[in-house]
Write a protein that binds this ligand. Structure first.
Ligand SMILES: C[S@@+](CC[C@H](N)C(=O)[O-])C[C@H]1O[C@@H](n2cnc3c(N)ncnc32)[C@H](O)[C@@H]1O
Length: 275
């Protein structure tokens, strides 16, 4: 294991007081960071995209695991600390200064890459939905290992018949496997956020044939936009949807959250076929 200065020292030496505006809550416990870096599986010589490395705690864990890391960070104050880290792991770390919301990571890699990130809540959710929403499948990434507020993580892995089940679960599960990999107590962060966090791990699976993402989104948006209503009401505005329920034998008196992910896929497939 490379000898590196403790993260607290790196933060103090580079004046990296956590910025609220940038959603900075740093992880400093190196054992915890090593466990997070192990979630994607063996990383030796594997390309990894890390979004929001900050002072580099998770980054050093990924580098120690042998990954070839490309890291995107928008806080330029962190760049000297990350440059030092790069020197300790020659040839393993590339740092890009920028806003991950404005960059297409696929352009940075020539082979499948694992994405790992501990991001501010709003940025994490926006990137997550973007990475899962492309029509092209499988995606260029091989897995997502992302920290969320625990409540959001639970919505991503939710199963039917629960309040947490909705658009996010369907987006994450209809052609991927999503699991809650680790809960992280708020006290693990500096400074501690108000709520608990959890890490979700997502791997792509084969996409069901004949389903367009656009139709799936349209149906789930309508169905969960009025989640307390029966489907015959909530899906009224989606052309062909009520007829499709009848053809598939889905009772229109049911509410969206009682349907399986596969039911939404079947509805979207019929609508995709119909136009
Ligand atoms: C919650 S901190 C985590 C830092 C570090 N990965 C850790 O685990 O200790 C989030 C990091 O993401 C960076 N960040 C926030 N928004 C970003 C964006 N749109 N693009 C790239 N980095 C961003 C912040 O500057 C910060 O360093």
């Amino acid at each position: 294991m490379s000898e590196l200065p403790p993260l607290r020292e790196v933060i103090a030496r580079h004046g990296l007081a956590a910025s609220k505006a940038l959603g900075q809550n740093f992880l400093l416990d190196e054992q915890l960071l090593a466990r997070i870096a192990a979630i994607p599986g063996p990383l030796r010589d594997r390309p990894v995209l890390e979004v929001g490395p900050g002072p580099g705690g998770l980054t050093r864990a990924l580098l120690r695991a042998g990954a070839r890391v490309t890291a995107i960070e928008m806080d330029r104050r962190c760049l000297p600390a990350l440059a030092e880290l790069g020197e300790a792991f020659p040839g393993q770390l590339t740092v890009i200064e920028g806003d991950a919301l404005k960059l297409d990571p696929a352009n940075l890699f020539s082979e499948p890459y694992a994405i790992v990130a501990n991001l501010p809540y709003n940025v994490g959710t926006a990137l997550f939905t973007g990475w899962l929403s492309g029509e092209a499948w499988p995606p260029r990434w091989s897995s997502l290992t992302l920290m969320f507020q625990q409540e959001v993580a639970q919505r991503i892995v939710a199963t039917p018949d629960s309040d947490a089940f909705g658009r996010l679960a369907i987006l994450a599960q209809w052609r991927s496997h999503a699991r809650l990999a680790m809960k992280v107590h708020r006290s693990a962060f500096t400074p501690p956020p108000k709520v608990m966090s959890a890490i979700v791990h997502v791997t792509p699976e084969e996409a069901p044939a004949g389903v367009s993402m656009r139709w799936l989104e349209r149906v789930t948006e309508a169905a969960f936009g009025q989640r307390r209503k029966m489907l015959r009401q909530s899906l009224k505005a989606v052309p062909g949807a009520l007829k499709t329920l009848e053809l598939l034998g889905i009772d229109p008196q049911r509410r969206a959250e009682t349907l399986e992910v596969d039911d939404f896929v079947a509805i979207a497939r019929a609508l995709t076929l119909g136009g």
